[in-house]
Design a protein around this ligand. Structure first.
Ligand code: MLT
Length: 400
């Protein structure tokens, strides 16, 4: 028996597990703590009423012989895939039903998609980056290259013709920096991938937070993307499904890569993979997700997104007042700022925790270029966010 030794190349624990571990230790030592968590991007508002109604109805259908559902289609029920199709159509993106695959979340899909790739591919990710893209490739032993996100490029690196990669990951609005690519920026990546016959994996988990209508929310708004890209979507942040679990992946029918001189459809390989390893998201959850994608359901979900946006503004105002440079926030639930006084991010994490009991995420957890940055999320309540900012303002005034 041989274990997958590639696991030994990973950091000992996943970023958010490491933070949870440190917080548990803090809470044990300080049982009367008043911690405010602006760390992991986990939502706090309840599901939209229409979603809850759909979940209830579906649960009760499952309790009756005549409406009971067993195994569903591995690709997702038509009612959900059609709701997703219409959601895209509203923004001028046409998708065929068989290009949409419902799942239990974008994290699983971004990890599982690596099943389709040979080990001998070079991966290009931005730095800083959502650690799942890196870790899932290191687990398979692939080579990972980094495109530097810096304050100078607004944490939106563009392709470098001197760097050749087979698979490129882009997340926009970005986790962790909150930065959003313009159509021109995304077009540059699409052109690069088409030219080099590389695959573009586009994570659109935060698209619903884009308020500036001139910014793209799907890679398929960009000409040429159907020839080179796969898109991952999620209801976690769009509809508060972090604990309910539903996402989707779009694999266009034009997307092919050669194997032994023959063009092979990625869509058919993904279908083969999903039908073999996945039995679909539960009927009940898919009913809830379809309700979220309905016009009325989305209007309810948007109220929650607007609520979180107010938190983002509150965080941004506090940083502005203290002259701290930050990114994100306007079109994203994440705010990414320079640690005051040039502090290292884990050092600043400890200061925030021990001095003001506010939890954030150290930028170093997202890569080398994050080592002097810190991420806060807008997903807590107004009351907690305002209190956290009151405490942060106190800390920043003291340090200036
Ligand atoms: C984050 O905080 O980066 C996200 O919530 C993690 C995730 O979506 O898996």
């Amino acid at each position: 028996m041989k274990l997958n030794a590639n696991y030994l190349n990973l950091k000992p624990s996943y970023l958010f597990s490491e933070i949870a571990h440190r917080l548990n230790a803090y809470c044990e030592a300080h049982p009367d703590n008043q911690l405010i968590r602006l760390g992991i991007g986990d939502v706090t508002l309840p599901l939209a009423p229409l979603v809850v109604e759909a979940l209830r109805e579906a649960a009760s259908e499952q309790g009756k012989k005549e409406s009971f559902h067993g195994y569903g289609p591995e690709q997702g029920y038509d009612f959900l895939r059609d709701a997703i199709r219409l959601y895209y159509e509203d923004r001028g993106v046409s998708l065929a039903m068989n290009e949409i695959f419902a799942s239990d979340g974008a994290k699983s899909d971004t990890g599982n998609i690596t099943d389709l790739f040979d080990k001998d591919n070079t991966i290009l990710v931005p730095d800083p980056v959502y650690p799942v893209y890196v870790d899932t490739n290191l687990m398979d032993g692939r080579r990972v290259l980094y495109a530097a996100g810096t304050p100078e490029n607004g944490f939106l690196p563009l392709p470098d013709e001197n760097v050749t990669a087979d698979i490129v990951y882009i997340c926009s609005p970005n986790n962790p920096t909150g930065a959003v690519y313009t159509s021109e920026g995304l077009k540059a990546w699409v052109d690069y991938c088409v030219k080099h016959r590389s695959l573009l994996l586009f994570d659109a988990a935060y698209e619903a937070f884009v308020s500036d209508e001139s910014l793209p929310r799907s890679i398929f708004e960009i000409e040429g993307a159907r020839k080179c890209a796969i898109e991952f979507g999620s209801l976690s942040k769009t509809a508060g499904f972090t604990g309910t679990r539903c996402g989707y992946t779009i694999v266009p029918s034009e997307l092919t890569f050669p194997v032994n001189g023959e063009e092979i459809s990625v869509n058919s390989l993904w279908l083969r993979r999903q039908t073999t390893k996945f039995n679909g998201t539960s009927y009940i959850v898919q009913k809830g997700a379809a309700a979220a994608f309905s016009k009325e359901g989305m209007a309810e979900c948007r109220k929650n997104i607007d609520y979180y946006r107010e938190n983002a503004n509150c965080i941004a105002d506090t940083l502005k007042d203290h002259g701290i440079r930050f990114f994100g926030g306007i079109n994203s639930p994440y705010i990414w700022f320079e640690c005051p006084g040039g502090a290292e991010s884990w050092e600043f994490f400890d200061i925030m925790l021990n001095r003001i009991e506010v939890v954030g995420t150290p930028g170093a957890g997202f890569g080398e270029n994050g080592k002097n940055y810190f991420r806060l999320t807008s997903f807590n309540t107004h009351e907690n966010t305002q209190e956290a900012m009151r405490r942060l303002a106190g800390l920043l005034s003291e340090r200036s």
